[in-house]
Unconditional design. Structure first.
Length: 339
């Protein structure tokens, strides 16, 4: 019989995958710290985590988010005003692929809205596609947008949507948004941007100085997270999906302690709603191997991507407003001194 989550939430009931959610979060975060300390592999005894590719417990720690924060948002040699920063963020995130950003940069020089011309960007991307290069990440699907913008190629429609956002002064309107949900709704109003993309984009914009929302303000579960929620909760006890995600964020210390897990936070930063949402997506994948009899709505039974470590060690860098970069630098310098 499935246990009650907590008495005050009865009749909410959890499956065996619920415990795996916390165990996965703790071990995936431990792997992140072992790798950031340049420890030798293997970084985990968990055969599933060591074999397959999973995102970090904290979204901002992932390779693409780290690149966005360090090399797109906070590049010292690029303009820092909100329209320029927004333009760079959305241009990067429309493709969500480091190689595409670097391709554009290599062909066109420093990327700014002031120097942006549709024809030049279109030519570089069209040429790359013709050469067989993938210009979009497989992490999530950007809709083609041809119905809204009338061009045959998806990247052309994406560029035209970004042009429309800039013409609408969206960066300034986001800066005046009252809440993360307000910012989400402003992004959501554009063609081809659904709930999932609007939420991902508002989180990315919020890494910059354009907005300063709490990541505990608002959450939108994506398809993978919804499957993870179904696998963790036999009965949600009347709570909706965002409420269940908030429950996990609120009770994280209590649950790590209850399961005897040593979870090392992000230099004092607790798991936020976006992180707990992402962890549901990852535990959905993890459960396909560890709990194969617990089925989600999609019915997927395999994890597609294998883990392939990248040897280059980079000290993590986070939005300066989080006030954790100094802690990282201090620890890194101590490690180098003793190493």
């Amino acid at each position: 019989m499935s246990p009650l989550v907590f008495s005050h939430l009865a009749p909410a009931k959890v499956s065996e995958v619920y415990e795996s959610y916390w165990r996965f979060a703790a071990e995936r975060q431990a792997v992140f710290f072992r790798r950031s300390r340049a420890e030798a592999s293997p970084w985990t005894q968990d055969a599933v985590i060591s074999t397959y590719k999973f995102t970090n417990a904290y979204r901002a720690s992932d390779r693409v988010s780290q690149y966005l924060i360090r090399n797109v948002i906070y590049r010292e040699d690029l303009p820092k005003n909100p329209p320029e920063v927004f333009f760079r963020i959305l241009l990067f995130k429309l493709f969500n692929k480091i190689e595409t950003w670097e391709l554009l940069q290599s062909a066109l020089g420093p990327i700014t809205f002031e120097s942006y011309r549709f024809d030049r960007f279109d030519e570089v991307l069209t040429r790359a596609k013709a050469a067989g290069k993938r210009i979009y990440s497989a992490a999530y699907i950007m809709p083609p947008g041809s119905a809204a913008f009338g061009r045959p190629a998806k990247h052309q429609n994406n560029l035209l949507m970004l042009e429309r956002m800039m013409a609408d002064r969206l960066p300034d309107r986001l800066a005046q948004a009252r809440s993360m949900q307000d910012g989400f709704e402003k992004l959501r109003s554009y063609p081809t941007i659904g709930d999932f993309l609007a939420y991902q984009f508002v989180i990315d914009v919020n890494y910059s100085e354009i907005t300063d929302f709490s990541e505990m303000d608002f959450v939108v579960p994506g398809p993978g997270a919804r499957d993870g929620l179904r696998k963790c909760f036999v009965d949600p006890g009347g709570l909706n999906e965002p409420e269940l995600i908030r429950l996990m964020a609120d009770l994280q210390e209590q649950e790590f302690e209850r399961y005897g897990l040593n979870f090392e936070s992000l230099w004092g930063r607790r798991l936020q709603l976006i992180d707990c949402q992402n962890l549901f997506c990852e535990v959905d994948k993890y459960a396909r191997v560890v709990h194969p009899h617990v089925m989600g709505k999609t019915g997927r039974t395999r994890i597609k991507q294998k883990f392939q470590p990248i040897s280059t060690r980079v000290d993590p860098f986070y939005p300066p407003k989080w006030k954790i970069n100094d802690k990282i630098r201090t620890i890194a310098s101590k490690l180098r001194a003793t190493g």
